[in-house]
Write a protein that binds this ligand. Structure first.
Ligand code: MF3
Ligand code: CO
Length: 260
């Protein structure tokens, strides 16, 4: 893997934005289609079809992420309730009223990648899951504001972690955001939990493009991997939520690329 952090020109950021727009459009279509009775595999099929229509290559399908020894067999990661991230779509995983469904999707167009995730509330999710959803969404909005040249990576991490504390939920350990552009996962790692930052820090520079992806859980910061080799769940089986945007860092401020 190439060392160091890529810095992208505005021309390249425009190309990343093209991929990001398609990701945002597809996630919007997904949000409109999530209803009780639909399986996570049905959602996967909708996404593949929408990507095909737009000439976008699903970025995760057959991709070997740096954190795994095997390639991911789907275009989406769909994580329901106690599943935090990397949920493998399955025909027998059927959505019900009250579920929290996170859909994570990345696409590549003309050699540039975009990555985004949303968590959808299915009908009435109740007070605790609502608090979790609000906190996670707000954490992303606030973290995006910190993605300005001259700020530090720790400003993003502290913003995410503090928002979790404010809402009495937990930022999961080990999983977080990442640089993105020519590849779906580039440096740097963007933690959600202060413990994962340690003493390392980094000054944000004009031209960095990062995916910021807070993942919060109601009861714990700890996770376990499921028997399918991908799906990550909360250790205490409490529900989790996840939102992600691809963001360009500039001197003038953050540009959210995965927005319609
Ligand atoms: N958006 C996911 C992430 O950044 C990508 C998952 S890669 C996969 O963590 F291969 F696991 F799908
Ligand atoms: Co990502």
């Amino acid at each position: 893997m190439k060392k160091g952090i890529e810095l992208y020109s505005f021309k390249e950021i425009d190309k990343i934005k093209t991929a990001c727009k398609v990701v945002a459009e597809i996630l919007q279509t997904v949000a409109e289609n999530i209803k009780p009775g639909i399986s996570t595999w049905d959602i996967e099929m909708i996404v593949r079809e929408e990507a095909k229509k737009r000439g976008a290559k699903p970025a995760f399908l057959n991709y070997k992420p740096p954190f795994s020894s095997k390639s991911y067999p789907a275009a989406t990661c769909i994580s329901v309730n106690e599943e935090v991230v990397h949920g493998l779509p399955k025909k027998d995983k059927v959505i019900s009223e009250g579920d929290l469904v996170s859909v994570d999707f990345g696409a590549i167009i003309n050699g540039y990648a975009g990555d985004s995730a949303i968590t959808v509330a299915v009908g009435n999710i109740g007070e605790e899951k609502s608090r979790l959803l609000t906190a996670t969404k707000l954490a992303l909005e606030r973290a995006v504001e910190k993605a300005v040249a001259g700020n530090w990576l720790s400003d993003i991490v502290n913003s995410i972690h503090s928002t979790a504390e404010e809402f009495k939920v937990f930022p999961v350990l080990k999983y977080g955001g990442h640089g993105i552009g020519k590849r779906i996962h580039e440096e740097p790692f963007v933690p959600n939990n202060r413990k994962d930052l340690g003493k390392k820090d980094l000054k944000l520079k004009q031209g960095m493009v990062i995916a910021i992806e807070p993942m919060f859980a109601l009861g714990t910061e700890e996770t376990l991997q499921d028997g399918d080799g991908w799906t990550v769940k909360t250790k205490d089986k409490s529900p989790a939520a996840h939102f992600e945007h691809t963001v360009a860092v500039t001197r003038e401020g953050a540009i959210v690329l995965t927005e319609l």
